[in-house]
Design a protein around this ligand. Structure first.
Ligand code: 13P
Length: 247
């Protein structure tokens, strides 16, 4: 089984019910994409988006708690996301690691919870600019993969997203060679640890736009993208879906 191609959108803390019109536009413009399409809206929109997309676009959360229920004000359990219609959940995004001091161990525990609830975990890794400048990128990515991806991960229940922190929302992207180097490392690490490590979908994320998507999707072991700003509008996300479909 080759990795499945996935165009994933992360709406972050953007969007209201009115934003779901973008889903209608995407479905109209791309009735039969040649890749999987996922959008992770704010939690307030998961249920409405899943209903609106009718399974033609998958819906995901942006985080979940490691516990199944209880006294955790403001948090969401994986099974609650599933109940609302989600099939995926982003975990360990750098904004969660920075804003909420999430550790690799916490991300791994959340991934276990996601798997138990039947969700696909989209686990994010990525170096800071200081780490890249210090020549630590490959060590950082290896350590994050080892610590954030739980032993029960499979190609069916886990997607890995490489998102260099310095490329998120900045308009800056690594060179193709830099992306290729990290994706090859991730493929090697997953293949060494998991029987189906060759089949995990590996996404690149960080300033993916219609103008650079095709070039990025041509890089070996890039099986799709995790897109922030350019996933908010169908006129931007649509061409990215088309580029991945054609890759
Ligand atoms: P941008 O595409 O806005 O750079 O965001 C990337 C990202 O963080 C997706 O999770």
């Amino acid at each position: 089984m080759a990795p499945r191609k996935l165009a994933a959108g992360n709406w972050k803390m953007n969007g209201t019910l009115a934003s779901l019109a973008e889903i209608d536009r995407l479905l109209a413009d791309h009735p039969a994409p040649g890749c999987d399409v996922l959008i992770c809206p704010p939690a307030t929109l998961v249920h409405a988006m899943a209903a609106r997309a009718q399974g033609r676009i998958a819906t995901g959360g942006q985080d979940c708690h490691a516990r199944t229920s209880g006294a955790h004000t403001g948090d969401i359990a994986a099974a609650q996301l599933k109940d609302a219609g989600a099939s995926h959940v982003i975990l360990g995004h750098s904004e969660r690691r920075t804003d909420h001091a999430e550790t690799d161990a916490q991300v791994a525990a959340k991934a276990v919870a996601a798997h138990q609830a039947g969700l696909v975990a989209v686990i994010c890794v990525g170096e800071t600019e200081a780490q890249r400048d210090a020549g630590q990128t490959l060590d950082v990515i290896s350590a994050q993969l080892a610590g954030s991806v739980p032993d029960g991960a499979t190609a069916a229940n886990t997607v890995i997203a490489y998102e260099p922190v310095w490329a998120i929302g900045t308009g800056r992207t690594p060179t193709n060679d830099q992306i290729a180097e990290v994706h090859a490392l991730m493929r090697d690490r997953l293949a060494a640890r998991f029987a189906d490590g060759a089949d995990f979908a590996l996404l690149y994320g960080g300033s993916v736009k219609p103008g650079n998507a095709a070039e990025i999707f041509a890089i070996p072991h890039v099986n799709g993208a995790l897109v922030g700003g350019a996933s908010l509008k169908a006129e931007d996300f649509g061409p990215i879906i088309a580029a991945l479909s054609a890759a």
